[in-house]
Design a protein around this ligand. Structure first.
Ligand SMILES: NC(=O)C1=CN([C@@H]2O[C@H](COP(=O)(O)OP(=O)(O)OC[C@H]3O[C@@H](n4cnc5c(N)ncnc54)[C@H](O)[C@@H]3O)[C@@H](O)[C@H]2O)C=CC1
Ligand SMILES: O=C([O-])CC(=O)C(=O)O
Length: 316
């Protein structure tokens, strides 16, 4: 696999450490560095994960630091630093607290790892991706938000649960922002090639769409904090695609510059991921209903961006 590659993870909490664990176990990179504002946390988790690598024959070197010098020469930096939501909160409630954290971290990354591709995980995802792009003055291919793969994998799970068969054979597609207005696409979902619309009724499909839209909140309601196994798995899929230059299509949050008719905003769309990050944005021929839903999702993200612009966040 992609030995010789370095990934840094900023934020060694639930998602960050689980990304580190998955990556180490799958042996896709030579080196992983974890940074957290609580150095002891990153240090403890790095050592714990490192001690799990030996029985697996993984050569991945895992270290922790509070010093950003250690992220130098990273191929990819993943940002999972920031607050998760608590029950009753929306992801959007995290806007200002996580925007400030993202800004502080991006300023370090542009200094210490100027050539890295950035994967954003912190919420609200689309707005944080926009913050990273603007604060770091990055070309848009280099900053990518993780959400669409996760939302699609949730939809796939709910489809198999509803059907009672097809586990592992479902392909679902979710576009749009990572919020309650995300756009699950049953027309682009199938079970081993059999169209979803041939297997489930409209009412059943609508139920799945609603469950997918609230998939994150459902987990928060059980645990008091957000999920991390599926989010970490989705993040690792993006890392693997970039490190191995697989040029795979995944739904990811990227800056739109005219695609789907929108400018200067971030939203989730299918992209080709490869060595340069976003190699291509794929424009699906959406029908009128899907276009309307996507427009609502763009509006929701734009409201957050407006709040940031009005608060003069970008001129501080
Ligand atoms: N995009 C997505 O689909 C998903 C996004 N998330 C988001 O990811 C973020 C992290 O979630 P969890 O790992 O569950 O939270 P967590 O609380 O377990 O971990 C966050 C870590 O960030 C660290 N941190 C905070 N400020 C920092 C700074 N300035 N520098 C370095 N480290 C800092 C904290 O010390 C903590 O260890 C949250 O915003 C959450 O909403 C979580 C799951 C899915
Ligand atoms: O729901 C949350 O707060 C975390 C998240 O984005 C997800 O799990 O989809």
């Amino acid at each position: 696999m992609s030995q010789g590659k370095k990934v840094s993870i900023i934020g060694a909490g639930n998602v960050g450490a689980t990304v580190c664990y998955w990556l180490a176990m799958r042996k896709h990179c030579r080196e992983i560095v974890m940074i957290d504002r609580y150095e002891g946390l990153a240090q403890g988790k790095a050592l714990d994960i490192l001690q799990a690598t030996s029985p697996e024959g993984s050569h991945t070197q895992i270290s922790s630091s509070s010093d950003y010098h250690s992220i130098a020469n990273s191929n990819i930096v993943v940002i999972t630093a920031g607050s998760p939501r608590k029950p009753g909160m929306s992801r959007d409630d995290l806007l200002m607290i996580n925007a400030n954290i993202t800004k502080e971290i991006i300023e370090k990354i542009t200094h210490y790892a100027p050539n890295a591709i950035i994967i954003i995980v912190s919420n609200p995802l689309d707005a944080m991706t926009y913050v990273a792009l603007k604060v770091g003055h990055y070309a848009r291919n280099r900053v990518i938000g993780m959400a669409g793969i996760l939302d699609s994998s949730r939809m796939e799970t709910f489809i198999s649960q509803k059907l009672g068969f097809g586990y592992g054979q479902v392909t679902a597609s979710v576009m749009g922002g990572h919020g309650d207005d995300m756009v699950p696409l049953p027309r682009y979902s199938s079970v081993n090639g059999v169209a979803l619309t041939d297997l489930l009724t409209d009412v059943e499909i609508e139920e799945i769409i609603e469950k997918t839209r609230h998939g994150g909140a459902e987990i928060v309601s059980y645990m008091g904090t957000s999920g991390y196994y599926a989010p970490a798995n989705s993040t690792v899929k993006m890392i693997e695609a970039i490190l191995s230059d697989s040029r795979s299509i995944f739904p990811c949050a990227v800056l739109l510059e005219g695609e789907y008719g929108y400018h200067d905003t971030v939203n989730g769309v299918p992209v080709v991921l490869g060595a340069n990050g976003v190699e291509q944005i794929v424009e699906l021929p959406l029908n009128e209903h899907e276009k309307k839903q996507f427009s609502k999702s763009v509006e929701s993200v734009n409201k957050l961006l407006e709040t940031l612009h009005k608060s003069e966040f970008f001129v501080q």
